[in-house]
Write a protein that binds this ligand. Structure first.
Ligand code: FES
Ligand code: FES
Length: 160
């Protein structure tokens, strides 16, 4: 099948890439250098390939790149500003919620999508979202603590 042009924004920058109609978004993003998008199960089970598409968490291994036409894509590379980490990244570090790091980008992006739509999630809601991220290292306690702590700090700051 003929190649096509894909126009989208990734982490705030506009891109135009030549893709095949059957290309998967995970493959295209990694091909273009966004290595924070991890290749895990490629079946929608592990969450390592999570990106935000127009603010919604999506498994990029299950999405045709062509369907991202015109979308705003956020990968884990897009969260920090230079040397300044996103508060969720800081919280993960502060709470010892990162070990090998393979799942961490997906966890943080899933947590961001949750907190953007619900700044005051219950522990149960955080655990439900994290259930889509397989982690072999942390046992989930620390990532859940990190997300709840960051949410609490954000609420306090917003009240000031
Ligand atoms: S690689 Fe996409 S969910 Fe596992
Ligand atoms: S920190 Fe290693 S898989 Fe989660």
């Amino acid at each position: 099948m003929k190649n096509m042009e894909l126009r989208l924004r990734v982490n705030g920058e506009t891109h135009q890439w030549t893709i095949a109609p059957g290309d998967i978004l995970l493959d295209v993003l990694r091909r273009e250098g966004f290595y924070g998008v991890k290749r895990g199960c490629e079946k929608g089970d592990c969450g390592a390939c999570t990106v935000l598409i127009n603010g919604k968490a999506v498994n990029s291994c299950l999405m045709f790149a062509a369907h991202a036409e015109g979308c705003e894509v956020t990968t884990i590379e897009g969260l920090a500003h230079g040397d300044e980490l996103h508060p969720l990244q800081e919280a993960f570090l502060d709470h010892g919620a990162v070990q090998c790091g393979f799942c961490t980008g997906g966890m943080i992006l899933n947590a961001k999508a949750l907190l953007d739509r619900n700044p005051n999630p219950s522990e149960h809601e955080v655990r439900e979202v994290m259930a889509g991220d397989y982690c072999r290292c942390t046992g989930y306690e620390k990532p859940v603590e990190a997300v709840l702590a960051m949410a609490a700090v954000s609420r306090k700051t917003a009240r000031r």
